[in-house]
Design a protein around this ligand. Structure first.
Ligand SMILES: [Mn+2]
Length: 430
């Protein structure tokens, strides 16, 4: 990994918070994601299980974390199992964490090699009643792949069928949606790296540049700043492509008079930024583009004002829908009849703004918590309204990352240029 490790106080605090949520005589066990295959002997770059990282700070494959807070022998209450390295692994794959490093990164005292896991787990179970395991409960999770933790669940439940099983996911989702100071710092840093990339790109863009050249510029800047790279597949969408919500081909040439929509964020220390900016390819918005741009920006600003403690996603999304309806009327994209005849489940504004406005952001780009959970200090949300008009080849989305505070909110992207004139000035070297 390229980043400077986060303080192990963060992971120690996370474990302490989890401990408070467990039933008496419980065991928690969670393991690293698998390294996934591509073809032949190829593999996808390793991505750690975000919950295991949250509890241990360990960014390495084949890691297992075991916690049994009520176990009589204090030394056995928290154990981290690491992949045992050898000379061959050292030659082919390079360095793997030593026990000392595992301890330093995680704050966990008792570090074992992972071949010892089964025996120790069995010993701990002898004094336990409940076993907490992790299954992915994100409402949009639709993967067909069996994960390392899915396999652990199967193995554990067939090997030890007489224990009481509990779900780790709801507890971790609840804890993870409130970010600690250290986490806010990491996400803010990812936002700063994203800003650097954006400012560079503003100088580079002109008619004739290709979308992939823009993508390459961000990648260069992110890596130079100790980021692993993109937090998610970047969307670099010129002209009509800006209306394709998940456009990731990034293979077209930018044309005079077009807008360029860029939904791009840097990763840092496993934390993510999620930004969208839409700019004029030639450095000056047309009158129509500017009208739409300012409408989206007004909705974004008013939506941000509603990201305060006590509000919640369902009411919030409805209120943003009302703001958007007003703007679309002004732009002449919908009329009063459209609104009168609208389906309450799919209001008229959805024709031009068909996605949600906000999602949690953290170790996962789409961090997860119940949509009914009230906004609370420490939550970080994106705010990302858009208006997409395929008939005019104009798609505009503007997205910032917002921290909810006790008194309101703090925009973690407040330094990233957003006003139309500001963007035009920077593009024209003013
Ligand atoms: Mn987003």
């Amino acid at each position: 990994m390229k980043y400077i490790p986060l303080s192990n106080d963060l992971f120690t605090l996370n474990r302490a918070n989890l401990r408070k949520k467990l039933k008496p005589n419980s065991v928690v066990v969670i393991r690293a994601n698998d390294i996934l295959p591509t073809n032949a002997d190829g593999t996808v770059p390793f991505v750690q299980n975000s919950h295991l990282f949250y509890l241990t700070g360990i960014d390495q494959e084949e890691t297992i974390f075991l916690m049994a807070p009520d176990f009589p022998d204090e030394k056995m209450r928290e154990i981290l199992f690491l992949r045992e390295t050898n000379e061959e692994i050292a030659v082919w794959e390079g360095h793997k964490f030593t026990k000392e490093e595992g301890k330093e990164l995680s704050g966990i005292e008792n570090i074992k090699w992972n071949h010892e896991f089964e025996k120790i787990f069995y010993t701990i179970l002898a004094e336990s009643e409940n076993i907490y395991l992790y299954g992915n409960e994100h409402i949009r999770n639709a993967t067909k792949v069996e994960t390392a933790n899915d396999k652990l669940v199967k193995w554990c439940m067939s090997r030890y069928p007489l224990y009481n099983y509990e779900r780790l996911a709801p507890i971790l989702y609840d804890l993870r949606c409130i970010k600690s100071k250290e986490e806010v710092k990491a996400i803010s840093h990812a936002c700063e790296i994203t800003e650097k990339g954006f400012r560079k790109v503003l100088e580079l863009i002109r008619p004739g540049v290709w979308e992939y050249e823009v993508e390459a510029e961000y990648a260069y800047d992110f890596l130079r700043n100790r980021s692993r790279g993109f937090a998610y597949e970047p969307i670099i969408a010129g002209g009509g492509n800006s209306c394709v919500l998940h456009y990731i081909d990034n293979n077209r040439q930018l044309k005079d008079g077009d807008v360029l929509l860029m939904d791009v964020g840097a990763e840092y220390g496993n934390y993510n930024a999620d930004m969208t900016r839409t700019i004029p390819v030639n450095g000056k918005f047309t009158k129509r583009q500017r009208q739409v741009y300012d409408a989206v920006l007004r909705v974004k600003n008013q939506a941000t004002d509603m990201l305060t403690p006590g509000n919640a996603i369902p009411e919030y999304h409805k209120a943003v829908g009302d703001l958007m309806t007003k703007e679309l009327l002004e732009l002449g994209l919908i009329d009063k009849t459209d609104i009168k005849n609208e389906d309450p489940d799919w209001p008229a504004y959805k024709k031009y703004f068909m996605h949600g406005t906000s999602h949690h952001l953290g170790l996962d780009v789409h961090d997860y918590a119940s949509v009914y959970k009230k906004f609370a200090p420490g939550m970080i949300f994106t705010v990302e309204p858009g208006i997409y008009i395929p008939a005019e080849g104009i798609g505009i989305r503007i997205e910032d990352d917002i921290l909810i505070t006790k008194t309101g909110h703090d925009n973690l992207m407040k330094n990233i240029p957003i006003h139309a004139e500001e963007i035009e000035d920077l593009m024209n070297g003013n």
